[in-house]
Design a binder for this molecule. Structure first.
Ligand SMILES: [Zn+2]
Length: 107
């Protein structure tokens, strides 16, 4: 149990969870190339994607940071109309699949 879970329990309040389902979220799984930390970043379909001409339909440009060495990771990803990744360019890190992310966390 994490610290914040204990805190929530102590105060008897309900946890501030995300809305059920979170339909606009796309989770990106990244690994920092400097310290190797796997982490995930939430992308909002409505706010973070822009419709542009290119290899895909939607373009995401985002800066991400792991919580260990705080290296800035520049992410540029093209999505198709179904929000599947068409191509990706990650500076300072690598893109993981959800399975790779979970495997890396389990280590
Ligand atoms: Zn790092």
């Amino acid at each position: 149990m994490g610290f914040f879970d204990k805190l929530r329990k102590a105060f008897g309040g309900s946890a501030p969870t995300q809305p059920q389902g979170d339909p606009n979220a796309i989770w990106l799984y990244l690994r920092c190339s400097r310290c190797g930390t796997p982490f995930r970043v939430r992308v909002d379909r409505r706010n973070d994607l822009s419709r542009e001409d290119g290899p895909g339909v939607f373009l995401l440009r985002k800066q991400a940071m792991d919580n260990k060495c705080f290296q800035l990771i520049e992410v540029e990803i093209w999505f198709d109309a179904n929000y599947a990744i068409v191509s990706s360019d990650v500076q300072g890190g690598t893109l993981l699949t959800e399975e790779e992310y979970k495997a890396a966390q389990a280590q």
